[in-house]
Design a protein around this ligand. Structure first.
Ligand code: HH2
Length: 246
């Protein structure tokens, strides 16, 4: 899954693809590099990000979804029912839902649904998140949401970096097999996230490509069914031989 943020403020690619033409060209380039899905988002959910009104989010994403949908599976990365509904009408077939609340929209639209775990909300989620057992709690949350969803195609995602400390992220990655064992296909998004900078000393997002690829390869080797990445070419080259499905 290639990341396409049509936003001014995403932590990694903010401002680069705000222009519709540039966004569509980048989406098609990711398809050429091997992406099976392009994940279009119009609102940053980075820690501390401000919310975006629905009409602005729609203005950003709809033309991009429409232009890419004939060429590749498009997912819509949103927390808003109105945005997800409009994106499905414009050709998206997967709702990538960091709030894990949009199952009714996906079900009504006959689309797939990625249910992600987030503790709190982006503005405050990194203010001392705590768990008794992060792996068990995230797993229980996701299985409960997935089972109650009424959606035929459900993916689960532990939400790396969403209300999690460095240690929480590492525990979730180390015990990924527990999530895979639920039987739901697992999505993992580590790409360029700040915990990788803390691990490697890579200060800028562009210094985190190797660690992003390494963690994507780890996730696939542990049974993840999809990895959400900015660096498609590098990731595909690394994971291609790790699973027959890639
Ligand atoms: N991470 C981000 C956004 N959406 N969706 C899923 N399923 N899993 C993730 O880990 C995930 C996600 C954050 O990354 P990015 O889109 O690059 O940044 P921003 O939220 O600043 O736009």
């Amino acid at each position: 899954m290639g990341v396409l943020n049509v936003t001014p403020d995403s932590f990694s690619d903010g401002g680069r693809w705000l222009d519709t033409g540039a966004a569509v060209a980048h989406g098609r380039a990711m398809v050429d590099e091997g992406a099976d899905v392009v994940d279009v988002g119009g609102e940053s959910t980075r820690p501390g990000a401000a919310a975006v009104p629905a009409d602005e989010e729609l203005r950003r994403v709809l033309p991009v979804v429409e232009a890419l949908a004939p060429h590749v599976r498009v997912s819509i990365d949103t927390r808003k029912a109105a945005v997800a509904t409009a994106a499905l009408a414009a050709g998206a077939t997967l709702v990538n839902d960091v709030s894990a609340t949009l199952a009714p929209v996906a079900a009504a639209g006959g689309a797939g649904w990625v249910a992600m775990h987030m503790k709190g909300e982006p503005r405050t989620m990194q203010q001392s998140p705590t768990y008794d057992d992060v792996v068990a709690e995230v797993k229980a949350f996701l299985v409960e949401r997935a089972a109650a969803s009424g959606v035929d195609e459900v993916w689960i995602d532990p939400g790396i970096g969403f209300g999690k400390t460095l240690e929480h992220n590492l525990l979730l990655l180390r015990h990924l097999a527990d999530l895979v064992a639920t039987g739901y296909p697992v999505v993992i998004g580590t790409s360029r996230k700040s915990f990788l900078g803390r691990l490697t000393g890579g200060a800028g997002v562009d210094d985190r490509v190797e660690a992003s690829v390494a963690t994507a390869a780890w996730a696939v080797s542990q049974g993840a069914a999809m990895v959400r990445v900015h660096d498609v070419r590098e990731t595909v080259a690394a994971v291609r031989r790790l699973t027959p499905a890639v």
